[in-house]
Write a protein that binds this ligand. Structure first.
Ligand SMILES: NC(=O)c1ccc[n+]([C@@H]2O[C@H](COP(=O)([O-])OP(=O)(O)OC[C@H]3O[C@@H](n4cnc5c(N)ncnc54)[C@H](OP(=O)(O)O)[C@@H]3O)[C@@H](O)[C@H]2O)c1
Length: 371
């Protein structure tokens, strides 16, 4: 296993960690049991860095981890999160107490803000996090899903050693972070924790890219997933947290570091397997609902925010008006058309863009299944 230093701390974390996201609606007792044994197996293979959140499986992920880590807590670096609705000083304290109780531990190594909440002043949130550190319940702090501008502001407000990581999506398909987060992290000694490194199991965007990736994988006698994980972890501040409940895949992922990829193959991967970035007017995008997640279908619904999404479309619109856009939405062509698209991901970002700029100004999008 390859280990990297977490931010400017003295903690060493495995370049391949274990993501423990579970979707409550899909999970069964059997999945929880499998997760418990894959986590323990992963730790035995050297994957000491573990990422969870109170929201994963509505607390079940932390409960499973509490069982899996019984007697071996000191062998791992444990990262959890605090949800955006709990970012007040009191909210952080309450959320932490619940997490510690579910995880059956007395400290969290890395506490990350899961999503920003513009309704709660960020300085209050930072004071709440610092309080947890002073009380010895948390060792270091991290951010997830903040824009680059927000991250730079927070960096100025915290002591340099305290902010250890930013957790952002990074995979072959979505390489948005290479523009700003990667250089910032390299300059400031902050770890990048790459979530969804295998593009949520799809690995690439289409069959053509899959064939190219398989060609490279067979040259090294590796699997496509191993090539992608190796490519990501070659970059200095990057560690990855793939998620699986399959023991063979835990082993496969753990063994993705014992080889090197030649420059020409890296160039080929980066040029031919990247996501297709396009500016698309919102008027050409259908807001479909085949993901199992609820969506707003009209501008009025988005403005009302009856589902109480945090941040709300209106909050995010203000950020967009200030030229601060987190990352492209995901689309797929609608039928055989190259002019109409369906929205796959980024429901709040889509409506925030519409509130900020209307239906005609094109918004940045990554296109799946584009052959
Ligand atoms: N901070 C955030 O907002 C945020 C957002 C998303 C995710 N995360 C974190 O990142 C972790 C990982 O992200 P993710 O679950 O979205 O995406 P991911 O790790 O890219 O993909 C997970 C999928 O990949 C499959 N997989 C795992 N290893 C594989 C392999 N070797 N070959 C082929 N398929 C493989 C898994 O299927 P099987 O289970 O069937 O093996 C699973 O369906 C989460 O668990 C969570 O900790 C954080």
């Amino acid at each position: 296993m390859l280990f990297k230093t977490l931010g400017q701390t003295d903690i060493e974390i495995s370049a391949i960690g274990q993501g423990c996201g579970i979707h409550h609606s899909l999970s069964t007792r059997e999945v929880y049991r499998q997760l418990e044994s894959t986590i323990r197996a992963g730790i035995d293979m050297g994957m000491n860095f573990i990422d969870t959140a109170p929201v994963y499986g509505d607390g079940e992920s932390e409960i499973v981890l509490g069982k899996a880590l019984k007697g071996i807590r000191d062998r791992v670096v444990l990262a959890t999160k605090v949800s955006p609705e709990n970012l007040s000083i009191q909210g952080i304290e309450d959320s932490m107490k619940m997490s510690l109780c579910r995880l059956k531990t007395d400290r969290i190594d890395l506490l990350q803000i899961h999503w920003p909440n513009p309704q709660i002043p960020i300085l209050e949130t930072l004071r709440g996090l610092e309080k947890m550190v002073q009380e010895g319940l948390v060792r270091y702090v991290g951010l997830c899903n903040f824009s680059i501008k927000e991250t730079q502001y927070i960096q100025q407000q915290l002591s340099p050693k305290l902010l250890a990581s930013v957790q952002v999506e990074y995979n072959l398909f979505d390489r948005s972070i290479e523009r700003d987060f990667l250089p910032l992290a390299q300059k400031s000694d902050i770890s990048i924790i790459a979530y969804s490194p295998l593009h949520r199991g799809r690995i690439v965007a289409n069959q053509k890219q899959w064939a190219i990736l398989q060609g490279i994988a067979s040259k090294y006698q590796k699997t496509p997933a191993q090539i992608v994980l190796r490519w990501l972890t070659k970059q200095q501040p990057v560690v990855v947290i793939p998620n699986t409940t399959n023991i063979q895949r835990v082993k496969e992922n753990a063994e993705s570091l014992n080889f090197d990829i030649e420059e020409e193959d890296i160039r080929c991967l980066e040029q031919k397997c990247r996501g297709h970035l396009l500016d698309v007017p919102p008027s050409s995008i259908q807001v479909a609902d085949d993901s199992g997640r609820s969506v707003y279908r009209t501008l009025g619904e988005a403005m009302e925010n009856a589902m109480k999404c945090v941040p709300s479309p209106q909050d995010l619109a203000k950020q967009i008006e200030n030229g601060d856009f987190l990352k492209p939405v995901r689309l797929r062509p609608a039928g055989s058309s190259r002019e109409k698209f369906e929205l796959l991901e980024g429901r709040i970002r889509y409506w925030a863009w519409v509130i900020a700029h209307g239906f005609d100004k094109p918004l940045p999008a990554l296109i799946e299944d584009y052959s």
